[in-house]
Design a protein around this ligand. Structure first.
Ligand code: XIL
Length: 349
């Protein structure tokens, strides 16, 4: 009788520990649902911070380099490429058996001074963009070997009121959106094996901005421009979450165009003076609703947050007084938002 009790306790212990270390990790649950789940990762934390690495490896099966693949990080001077930061991210992802979302090739923001102050002619700018896209894709085609599940080719090209945003990359001698068409065509020529995405924020539900993006993509597709997916960033504010019925309808209309959908940069910022149990629970609901909506649309295949620990979130420096936007607090303790994602992955059909 005594022995039986010990055996039983042992089995119970094993069950408890296996559910604490593995069975309930986000990546294991997401794999069962056929989606990738991940976070943006940054340097040097992904190589140097032991706690950070432990959580990334355990919880996520896809990572997005927060800055290391961007123009300023990869092209340090005219035609001078430096992939040292990017390669560290790729190596870390290989060790942790993770996919990568490539981010990004063409953006109006975060461009290096040598480029924006360089007084290049329109023809030179066009050639710089073509060579950048080709060089970056060639590099990763050989180093990341199929690990990149998507590239955000064009990032944030539409304004909140549905207009084309003015960008360094526009050529006043041609149509203002020509650079978008060319970017997708050049990307496809450089690597026909990788999925090409358009990525933007504040376009989660149906609104002026998502309408404009929708029409832009219809137009690209009508002209045979290669585009495979749409990234919806989901930089949200606790006070103003989207209407998730509208988010679902929006995802469905993009899916009907034959596009894959990714949630690419989710965070839910809040007033740092108002962080408490109730606000953190409310934040968890928003995370849960976003993931549930994604799981409800078969073409939604990836769910990525913009970081995972408040220790390294971009929000406090971008929006002073705001933060606490991610799944883990600054001490790497999971927040209600993390539990909400686990619950959705465990429950949804
Ligand atoms: C942000 C990074 O988090 C910051 O570290 C950097 O200084 C600026 O860019 N939309 C995007 C991301 O597509 O690339 C941005 O990342 C956040 C908003």
């Amino acid at each position: 009788m005594q022995i039986d009790r010990w055996v039983l306790l042992g089995i119970m212990g094993l069950l408890v520990s296996s559910s604490a270390f593995g069975a309930s990790s986000l990546r294991m649950l997401a794999e069962k649902k056929g989606i990738t789940i991940g976070a943006a990762v940054g340097l040097p934390q992904v190589t140097d911070d032991a706690k950070y690495k432990e959580v990334v490896a355990r919880e996520f099966n896809v990572v997005t380099p927060e800055n290391a693949f961007k123009f300023a990080a990869t092209q340090k001077g005219l035609n001078t490429f430096d992939f040292s930061q990017a390669d560290q991210i790729v190596e870390a992802a290989k060790k942790m058996d993770q996919k990568i979302r490539g981010h990004n090739l063409v953006w109006h923001h975060s461009l290096p001074d040598w480029l924006t102050k360089g007084r290049f002619s329109n023809i030179q700018k066009k050639e710089i963009l073509r060579f950048h896209i080709q060089s970056v894709l060639n590099h990763f085609r050989s180093t990341a070997q199929g690990r990149i599940i998507a590239w955000d080719v064009v990032n944030e090209a539409i304004t909140d009121d549905g207009k084309l945003r003015s960008s360094f990359w526009q050529n006043p001698e041609t149509s203002p959106d020509e650079y978008i068409t060319l970017a997708f065509q050049w990307a496809h020529q450089a690597d026909p094996t990788v999925k090409l995405f358009y990525n933007d924020y504040s376009a989660e539900g149906i609104n002026k901005k998502s309408d404009a993006i929708y029409h832009m993509i219809v137009n690209l597709k009508d002209r045979g421009v290669p585009i495979d997916g749409i990234g919806s960033q989901f930089h949200l504010d606790l006070k103003d979450p989207p209407d998730f019925a509208s988010v679902k309808k929006n995802m469905q209309r993009f899916a009907a165009l034959g596009l894959e959908i990714h949630i690419t940069e989710m965070d839910v910022e809040m007033d740092l003076k108002k962080v408490n149990k109730a606000t953190l629970e409310a934040q968890g609901k928003i995370y849960g609703n976003a993931l549930r909506t994604c799981l409800g649309v078969p073409e939604c295949k990836s769910f990525v947050s913009w970081g995972f620990t408040d220790k390294y979130s971009w929000i406090p420096s971008f929006h002073s007084g705001f933060g606490s936007a991610l799944l883990y607090d600054e001490a790497f303790e999971p927040k209600p938002a993390y539990q909400a994602l686990v619950k959705v992955l465990e429950q949804e059909g």
